[in-house]
Ligand binder design. Sequence first.
Ligand code: ARG
Length: 391
Amino acid sequence: MKVALAYSGGLDTSVCIPLLKERYGAREVISVVVDVGQPDEDLKRGNERGEKLSDLHVIIDAKAEFVKDYIFPLIKANGDYEGYVLGTAIARPLIAKKVAEVAIKEGANAVAHGCTGKGNDQLRFDAVFRAMGLEVIAPMRELKFVRSEEIEYAKEKGIDVPVKKDTPWSIDENLWSRSIEGGRLEDPSFIPPEEIFAWTKSPEDAPDTPHLLKITFREGVPVALDGKLLDGTELIRKLNEIAGEHGVGRTDIIEDRVLGLKARENYEHPAATVLIKAHRDLEQLVLTRNELRFKEVVDARWSELVYQGLLLDPLYDDLNAFIDSTQKRVSGEVTVKLYKGSMQILGRSSEFALYREDWVSFDSEGGIDPMAADGFSKFHGLQARMCRTGR
Ligand code: ARG
């Protein structure tokens, strides 16, 4: 049997390699690292370990595809699930797809992942693997290992896993966001220590001078910072740096997992905070009230589907078709201020603005007939008036 494994280089997925051979009878294990913008050290470690432990190690750079086909649609949909910017969620289906493609190309009989039976990631991987017609093996879920047994087994297999007792966090990182869970953070009343953060300065330590930044959007996606055109990956990296320096983009929430378990989650996502808030603001300027009201519902449904990892549900394409159609006019510029953990909109403009200063202004009449409003007003609240006064 040949198995392709979604590999990160961490403890869980490393232990999966000998487990697949010993407990599942795999003759050949292919470790697949998919680069969605995780830190260079993680990728390096993953590649070194993968080369050493598996029979074939494959590295796939999926950053450009991640940005174009996953993050950009997320920005257009103002992706948000209970306050979570969907960082891990949006990357999993892409990772799964890439691993499945390797499995198919190499003629593997099954695909595997290192997720436990408690989280969302198992569901996200499984949904894509199965929709692509593949058998799934999930050793960490099926063998019910507890952490200590796993570490023991890793040592036995010569896997040098530096699990430091003082930093027992489980971290998942990609271009869009970084999540930190586990250890003492599992007590929802425990105050996160500063050391869990890597992308954001604490607001107290952020510069005393605010940073003003102009973001240009074209058809719903960000294309430039302060007028400088940037490729999507670069733009997100740069904005993560700038906004992170100002302490923008931290979230600490209780989140409802797909299984129904509530979990305490900490996230860092500077660029996501800035881009989504700015994008939403621009939409407010260019979309009609009707579009805005309906899109709110579509965006929420989109986010729920992405959280569940159900990107292969035809509904996902249907929702994207609607969203894309609205985004044709979402072009323009938004100026924001970053200051000590906060991000504020300072101004916006667009050639598609549904805004007319002379109409709305206190200083001009702008051709608006006030008596037309008077007539409108007589019908406004008609039924409520009848209920209350009987006429
Ligand atoms: N709660 C987030 C989610 O479900 C983050 C999960 C992080 N995953 C991980 N394996 N560390 O998307």
